[in-house]
Design a binder for this molecule. Structure first.
Ligand SMILES: O=C(O)C(=O)C[C@]1(C(=O)O)C=C[C@@H](O)C=C1
Length: 272
């Protein structure tokens, strides 16, 4: 089986992929999160692993928008602990740093540090791409926000450790595939609900269905339709499997209300 993930070597996605999948699997390293989703959509990889939410920064919008755009299913969620460090060339000091490089969600997880340090930021497609650039450009005035693993891979120094706003930091990854795995007895279900009409109380009418059926929601996110200001798609994650009658009842009622309902998957949670 071929698994797509965000590279280069040393990314959090790689660590999560190596720990979740078997070492007998083959890897398909991608340059961006969108490339991972596209590789699975186009059949270049059987499965992919992408970050969807971080406990400090919230939803990874690139992934949410990718789930909207591509015809993919979620078959597992992985909770991964994230410690972010400031990586520099060996011998560089904190005082020399004028610019910090990383992927947007990692920069956002270190907002307090960035404000205090009064440094500029530059966006990269992954933490490890930023670490690799620091190494290749041999500049002592720049640093990357990345993992301990990336420091090892690129032989960089951890100049300041644990710079994220809260030490209890976790990122939730989802394992995606082109086929709906359709396993039974899963503990969660992700739905994408797109109202076909906009009327006052449309969101509360959706949420009331779950309340009435005593379905606990673990995640709710709205993403713009990108067609008209003020119109949204809603991601809803419920703490019930698709095999449960009340989950199917909820879907039937939502469809009867005229909403477009896509089941993005039913899955279990794995803590790494
Ligand atoms: O850049 C990486 O190393 C990634 O795997 C991506 C990513 C993300 O975008 O959330 C994954 C985990 C961390 O939250 C920081 C970065």
């Amino acid at each position: 089986m071929k698994v797509a993930y965000l590279g280069p070597q040393g990314s959090f996605s790689e660590e999560a992929a190596f720990r979740y999948f078997s070492k007998h699997d083959k890897w398909h390293m991608c340059d961006s999160i969108v490339d991972v989703l596209e590789a699975v959509e186009e059949g270049k990889a059987d499965k992919g692993i992408v970050p969807i939410e971080n406990s400090i920064e919230g939803t990874i919008n690139i992934t949410a928008d990718g789930l909207l755009r591509y015809d993919l299913f979620v078959e597992a969620e992985i909770i991964f602990p994230v410690s972010l460090h400031l990586l520099t060339l060996k011998g560089a000091s904190l005082q020399e740093i004028t610019e910090v490089w990383s992927i947007v969600p990692a920069l956002a997880q270190c907002r307090d540090f960035m404000r205090e340090a009064k440094v500029k930021s530059r966006q990269f497609d992954s933490t490890s791409a930023a670490a690799q650039a620091v190494k290749n450009q041999e500049r002592k005035d720049v640093a990357a926000i990345a993992s301990k693993y990336a420091a090892e891979v690129f032989d960089l120094q951890i100049t300041k450790s644990d710079i994220q706003d809260n030490s209890n930091n976790h990122t939730r990854f989802v394992v995606i595939s082109k086929k709906n795995s359709g396993q039974n007895h899963n503990t969660k279900t992700m739905l994408l609900i797109s109202p076909t009409e906009d009327y006052s109380g449309v969101l509360s009418s959706i949420l009331n269905v779950f309340t009435a059926l005593s379905i606990n929601l673990t995640w709710i996110e709205s993403r713009p339709t990108k067609k008209q200001l003020g119109t949204y798609h809603f991601f809803v994650e419920a703490q019930n499997g698709l095999h449960e009658e009340k989950m199917n009842k909820a879907i039937t009622i939502l469809k009867a209300f005229g909403h477009d309902v896509r089941v993005l998957g039913s899955y279990n949670t794995i803590k790494l």
